[in-house]
Design a binder for this molecule. Structure first.
Ligand SMILES: O=P(O)(O)OC[C@H]1O[C@H](O[C@H]2O[C@H](CO)[C@@H](O)[C@H](O)[C@H]2O)[C@H](O)[C@@H](O)[C@@H]1O
Length: 294
């Protein structure tokens, strides 16, 4: 076994431990989040979750990703009691459905809101405006694969993601290529954790999803880990500013890499890794609520 093989084996073992080991079940809901206020009116709250890095630990291979231990049970319990429980992701709905489709009542928003399913992925609604970009995105995927042989170029049908986690030195070249391609083809650029995406110029993002779902809610929690989640935090700011008494909690998960670090500074609560999310939800769902603040 070479040194590289040994390093890969140790890395895989440590990732397995990260997935399998539950953090100690300590008190998970800090006072600053005013959890009693949420618990007292849970049926009027919305809960919104990013997927990668938030509900699922980051992996080298995007297709190998699974939700952290406890996530499915916690989301099921939450969806049975909250007004809205939703995943708002850059992944296609078909991918999310394969990991989370068994959770009853969970709404799935894919590709930053370009896709939506309310029935675990059985039926998917796609933005008609975005559909016309399918042929262009297919050409971008083919050209990106030719420009960066060996790099992971993810074809999401309505978005092309150029990954450099396996080779961080590619970042400047991928950035420059994607920037030029966005300009030439009139596409939008989205930066993320060791990834740059090219997507259709359709006016939607995670914030727009939260705003659309917020009608009638008394409050909302948003859990995220990356730059693509910033518009959702901003949407909560807007709801607080526009609706007297609206209660918002912004939760940042993990130590965001590179450009994603901005999210941590905007959060009400920091969790160190995805396995903490179900523990927090379990605590919230068992929170005594007799003294809920107004
Ligand atoms: O909105 P999200 O659900 O957080 O999706 C964001 C991106 O997630 C995936 O990439 C990220 O996770 C990979 C697996 O852990 C990791 O290898 C990669 O470096 C991360 O950027 C997904 O592959 C992308 O398409 C999403 O944009």
């Amino acid at each position: 076994m070479t040194k590289d093989d040994e390093a890969a084996r140790d890395d895989a073992a440590s990732k397995q431990r990260e997935n399998a080991t539950e953090p100690a079940a300590e008190a998970m809901v800090p006072a600053g989040t005013n959890a009693t206020r949420t618990a007292a009116r849970l049926s009027e709250y919305g809960f919104f979750f990013d997927f990668d890095g938030t509900l699922a630990p980051i992996q080298q291979d995007p297709q190998s990703v699974q939700p952290a231990v406890g996530v499915l049970a916690a989301l099921s319990a939450l969806a049975a009691r909250a007004a809205v429980t939703a995943v708002v992701s850059a992944r296609p709905v078909a991918f999310l459905a394969g990991r989370l489709g068994a959770v009853p009542g969970l709404r799935l928003h894919g590709l930053y809101g370009l896709e939506y399913s309310a029935d675990g992925g059985a039926s998917v609604r796609t933005s008609p405006e975005a559909e016309s970009y399918v042929p262009l995105i297919a050409r971008v995927v083919a050209d990106a694969r030719a420009a960066f042989p060996g790099a992971l170029i993810e074809d999401k049908r309505l978005s092309c993601a150029l990954h450099f986690r396996a080779d961080p030195d590619l970042e400047p070249r991928i950035d420059a290529w994607a920037g030029a391609r966005a300009e030439a083809d009139g596409l939008l650029l989205q930066h993320g954790r060791m990834v740059v995406e090219l997507k259709p110029p359709v006016e939607t993002d995670k914030g727009a999803v939260v705003l659309r779902a917020a009608a009638g809610l008394a409050g909302a929690w948003y859990f995220g880990d990356d730059l693509g989640d910033l518009p959702a935090f901003a949407a909560l700011d807007r709801l607080v500013a526009e609706r007297p008494g609206f209660h918002a909690v912004r939760v940042a998960v993990g130590v965001a890499e590179g450009r994603g670090a901005a999210l941590g500074g905007r959060a009400d609560l920091l969790l160190d890794a995805p396995p903490r999310v179900p523990l927090l939800l379990d605590s919230l769902l068992t929170e005594p609520h007799g003294s809920g603040a107004p």
